[in-house]
Design a binder for this molecule. Structure first.
Ligand SMILES: CC(C)(COP(=O)(O)OP(=O)(O)OC[C@H]1O[C@@H](n2cnc3c(N)ncnc32)[C@H](O)[C@@H]1OP(=O)(O)O)[C@@H](O)C(=O)NCCC(=O)NCCS
Length: 177
Protein backbone atom coordinates (compact mmCIF):
# COMPACT_ATOMS: atom_id res chain seq x y z
CA UNK A 1 0.00 0.00 0.00
CA UNK A 2 1.41 3.39 -0.94
CA UNK A 3 0.04 6.85 -0.32
CA UNK A 4 0.72 9.27 -3.18
CA UNK A 5 -0.81 12.36 -4.73
CA UNK A 6 -4.17 11.78 -6.41
CA UNK A 7 -3.94 12.31 -10.17
CA UNK A 8 -6.56 12.63 -12.89
CA UNK A 9 -5.98 9.04 -14.01
CA UNK A 10 -7.41 7.98 -10.60
CA UNK A 11 -10.70 9.81 -11.15
CA UNK A 12 -12.70 6.83 -12.52
CA UNK A 13 -11.69 4.78 -9.44
CA UNK A 14 -12.57 7.48 -6.93
CA UNK A 15 -15.84 8.20 -8.75
CA UNK A 16 -16.78 4.52 -8.28
CA UNK A 17 -15.96 4.69 -4.53
CA UNK A 18 -17.97 7.92 -4.22
CA UNK A 19 -21.00 6.58 -6.11
CA UNK A 20 -21.03 3.36 -4.08
CA UNK A 21 -21.19 5.47 -0.90
CA UNK A 22 -23.99 7.63 -2.36
CA UNK A 23 -26.01 4.54 -3.23
CA UNK A 24 -25.48 2.53 -0.05
CA UNK A 25 -24.89 4.99 2.85
CA UNK A 26 -25.72 8.44 4.21
CA UNK A 27 -22.03 9.42 4.23
CA UNK A 28 -22.53 11.71 1.20
CA UNK A 29 -25.71 13.77 1.09
CA UNK A 30 -26.50 13.21 -2.56
CA UNK A 31 -29.17 10.92 -3.99
CA UNK A 32 -27.93 10.57 -7.58
CA UNK A 33 -24.56 9.30 -8.79
CA UNK A 34 -21.98 11.83 -9.96
CA UNK A 35 -19.96 11.77 -13.17
CA UNK A 36 -16.24 11.49 -13.78
CA UNK A 37 -16.44 15.10 -15.01
CA UNK A 38 -17.85 16.20 -11.66
CA UNK A 39 -14.99 14.58 -9.73
CA UNK A 40 -12.46 15.98 -12.22
CA UNK A 41 -13.84 19.47 -11.61
CA UNK A 42 -13.56 18.85 -7.85
CA UNK A 43 -9.90 17.84 -8.13
CA UNK A 44 -9.12 20.83 -10.33
CA UNK A 45 -10.84 23.16 -7.86
CA UNK A 46 -8.30 22.40 -5.12
CA UNK A 47 -5.81 25.16 -4.32
CA UNK A 48 -2.04 24.72 -4.59
CA UNK A 49 -1.54 24.22 -0.85
CA UNK A 50 -4.50 21.83 -0.51
CA UNK A 51 -3.71 18.13 -0.91
CA UNK A 52 -5.45 15.18 -2.54
CA UNK A 53 -4.07 11.71 -1.88
CA UNK A 54 -4.65 8.20 -3.21
CA UNK A 55 -4.02 4.95 -1.32
CA UNK A 56 -2.89 2.41 -3.88
CA UNK A 57 -2.57 -1.37 -3.44
CA UNK A 58 0.39 -3.38 -4.69
CA UNK A 59 -1.61 -4.31 -7.81
CA UNK A 60 -2.35 -0.65 -8.59
CA UNK A 61 -5.94 -0.66 -7.30
CA UNK A 62 -7.02 2.65 -5.74
CA UNK A 63 -8.28 1.49 -2.32
CA UNK A 64 -9.20 4.94 -1.07
CA UNK A 65 -8.53 8.63 -1.29
CA UNK A 66 -8.51 11.70 0.89
CA UNK A 67 -8.14 15.46 0.66
CA UNK A 68 -7.71 18.63 2.66
CA UNK A 69 -9.33 21.74 1.28
CA UNK A 70 -10.55 25.23 2.11
CA UNK A 71 -12.83 25.52 5.15
CA UNK A 72 -15.28 28.33 4.29
CA UNK A 73 -14.49 30.85 1.60
CA UNK A 74 -12.91 33.73 3.51
CA UNK A 75 -9.20 34.48 3.76
CA UNK A 76 -9.37 34.72 7.55
CA UNK A 77 -10.03 30.99 7.79
CA UNK A 78 -6.55 30.18 6.42
CA UNK A 79 -5.35 28.35 9.59
CA UNK A 80 -8.11 25.78 9.11
CA UNK A 81 -8.62 22.99 6.58
CA UNK A 82 -11.50 20.60 6.13
CA UNK A 83 -10.81 16.99 5.29
CA UNK A 84 -12.49 14.15 3.50
CA UNK A 85 -11.51 10.45 3.55
CA UNK A 86 -13.22 7.70 1.54
CA UNK A 87 -12.12 4.07 1.47
CA UNK A 88 -13.62 1.56 -0.96
CA UNK A 89 -16.04 -0.90 0.62
CA UNK A 90 -13.88 -3.99 0.16
CA UNK A 91 -10.80 -2.24 1.62
CA UNK A 92 -12.23 -0.88 4.89
CA UNK A 93 -10.89 -1.86 8.29
CA UNK A 94 -7.41 -2.68 6.98
CA UNK A 95 -5.52 0.47 7.91
CA UNK A 96 -6.01 2.36 4.64
CA UNK A 97 -7.98 5.17 6.27
CA UNK A 98 -5.35 5.50 8.99
CA UNK A 99 -2.52 5.74 6.47
CA UNK A 100 -4.42 8.46 4.58
CA UNK A 101 -5.21 10.34 7.80
CA UNK A 102 -1.55 10.26 8.92
CA UNK A 103 -0.44 11.80 5.62
CA UNK A 104 -3.22 14.41 5.61
CA UNK A 105 -2.22 15.56 9.08
CA UNK A 106 1.45 15.73 8.05
CA UNK A 107 0.61 17.73 4.91
CA UNK A 108 -1.71 20.13 6.73
CA UNK A 109 0.84 20.77 9.48
CA UNK A 110 3.64 21.21 6.92
CA UNK A 111 1.65 23.91 5.13
CA UNK A 112 1.29 25.84 8.39
CA UNK A 113 -2.32 24.90 9.13
CA UNK A 114 -3.37 24.81 12.76
CA UNK A 115 -6.83 23.22 12.78
CA UNK A 116 -8.48 20.34 10.91
CA UNK A 117 -12.26 20.08 10.65
CA UNK A 118 -14.44 17.13 9.62
CA UNK A 119 -18.16 17.31 8.85
CA UNK A 120 -19.66 13.85 9.39
CA UNK A 121 -23.14 12.42 9.01
CA UNK A 122 -24.50 12.02 12.55
CA UNK A 123 -25.32 8.35 11.93
CA UNK A 124 -21.80 7.48 10.79
CA UNK A 125 -20.62 6.19 14.14
CA UNK A 126 -17.73 4.25 12.58
CA UNK A 127 -16.27 7.43 11.12
CA UNK A 128 -16.88 9.42 14.32
CA UNK A 129 -14.95 6.74 16.26
CA UNK A 130 -12.20 6.76 13.64
CA UNK A 131 -11.83 10.56 13.97
CA UNK A 132 -11.90 10.40 17.79
CA UNK A 133 -9.05 7.92 17.68
CA UNK A 134 -7.18 10.47 15.59
CA UNK A 135 -7.52 13.24 18.16
CA UNK A 136 -10.70 14.89 16.88
CA UNK A 137 -13.43 15.96 19.27
CA UNK A 138 -17.05 16.73 18.51
CA UNK A 139 -17.64 20.48 18.71
CA UNK A 140 -21.16 20.66 17.30
CA UNK A 141 -24.10 18.55 16.31
CA UNK A 142 -26.43 20.33 13.91
CA UNK A 143 -29.79 18.54 13.94
CA UNK A 144 -31.76 18.13 10.73
CA UNK A 145 -29.52 20.26 8.49
CA UNK A 146 -29.55 17.61 5.73
CA UNK A 147 -32.04 15.47 3.82
CA UNK A 148 -31.64 12.22 1.94
CA UNK A 149 -34.57 10.30 0.50
CA UNK A 150 -36.88 12.36 2.71
CA UNK A 151 -35.00 11.58 5.93
CA UNK A 152 -33.63 14.41 8.12
CA UNK A 153 -29.88 14.10 8.73
CA UNK A 154 -27.69 15.58 11.45
CA UNK A 155 -24.21 16.99 10.81
CA UNK A 156 -21.51 16.34 13.40
CA UNK A 157 -18.62 18.79 13.27
CA UNK A 158 -15.33 17.50 14.68
CA UNK A 159 -12.00 19.27 14.94
CA UNK A 160 -8.43 18.73 16.10
CA UNK A 161 -5.47 20.97 16.62
CA UNK A 162 -2.33 20.57 14.53
CA UNK A 163 -0.13 22.52 16.92
CA UNK A 164 1.30 21.33 20.23
CA UNK A 165 -0.39 22.80 23.32
CA UNK A 166 1.71 25.68 24.68
CA UNK A 167 1.19 26.41 28.37
CA UNK A 168 2.59 29.92 27.86
CA UNK A 169 0.33 30.69 24.90
CA UNK A 170 -0.57 34.38 25.17
CA UNK A 171 -3.17 34.20 22.43
CA UNK A 172 -0.97 35.72 19.71
CA UNK A 173 -0.24 33.67 16.62
CA UNK A 174 2.24 33.59 13.81
CA UNK A 175 1.27 35.32 10.56
CA UNK A 176 0.32 33.23 7.56
CA UNK A 177 3.39 31.28 6.34
C1 LIG B 1 -14.09 5.81 8.01
C2 LIG B 1 -13.00 5.24 7.08
C3 LIG B 1 -12.35 6.37 6.29
C4 LIG B 1 -11.92 4.57 7.94
O1 LIG B 1 -10.98 4.00 7.06
P1 LIG B 1 -10.60 2.45 7.21
O2 LIG B 1 -9.53 2.14 6.25
O3 LIG B 1 -11.83 1.63 7.15
O4 LIG B 1 -10.06 2.50 8.72
P2 LIG B 1 -8.82 1.81 9.37
O5 LIG B 1 -8.71 0.38 8.95
O6 LIG B 1 -7.63 2.65 9.17
O7 LIG B 1 -9.32 1.89 10.87
C5 LIG B 1 -10.46 1.12 11.27
C6 LIG B 1 -11.44 2.00 11.97
O8 LIG B 1 -12.22 2.74 11.07
C7 LIG B 1 -13.55 2.84 11.55
N1 LIG B 1 -14.48 2.38 10.54
C8 LIG B 1 -15.48 3.14 10.07
N2 LIG B 1 -16.17 2.50 9.15
C9 LIG B 1 -15.62 1.27 9.04
C10 LIG B 1 -15.91 0.13 8.26
N3 LIG B 1 -16.93 0.11 7.39
N4 LIG B 1 -15.14 -0.97 8.40
C11 LIG B 1 -14.13 -0.96 9.27
N5 LIG B 1 -13.80 0.09 10.02
C12 LIG B 1 -14.54 1.20 9.93
C13 LIG B 1 -13.64 2.08 12.82
O9 LIG B 1 -13.55 3.07 13.85
C14 LIG B 1 -12.43 1.22 12.82
O10 LIG B 1 -11.97 1.17 14.12
P3 LIG B 1 -12.37 -0.02 15.10
O11 LIG B 1 -11.53 -1.17 14.64
O12 LIG B 1 -11.99 0.52 16.42
O13 LIG B 1 -13.83 -0.26 14.94
C15 LIG B 1 -13.57 4.16 6.11
O14 LIG B 1 -14.13 3.11 6.85
C16 LIG B 1 -14.58 4.70 5.14
O15 LIG B 1 -14.22 5.23 4.11
N6 LIG B 1 -15.86 4.52 5.46
C17 LIG B 1 -16.93 4.93 4.58
C18 LIG B 1 -16.83 6.39 4.18
C19 LIG B 1 -16.74 7.29 5.38
O16 LIG B 1 -17.45 7.13 6.35
N7 LIG B 1 -15.83 8.27 5.25
C20 LIG B 1 -15.66 9.28 6.25
C21 LIG B 1 -16.67 10.33 5.97
S1 LIG B 1 -16.59 11.61 7.20
Amino acid sequence: MIIRDLVEADIPSITAIYNDLIATTDVIWLEEPVTVEDRTAWLRSLRPDDAALAAVDDDGTVAGYAAIFEFRAKAGYWPTVELTIMVGREHRGAGTGQALMDELIARAAASGREVMVAGIDGGNTGSIRFHERNGFETVARMPGVGRKHGRALDLVLMQRSLTPADPEDDGSHAPRP
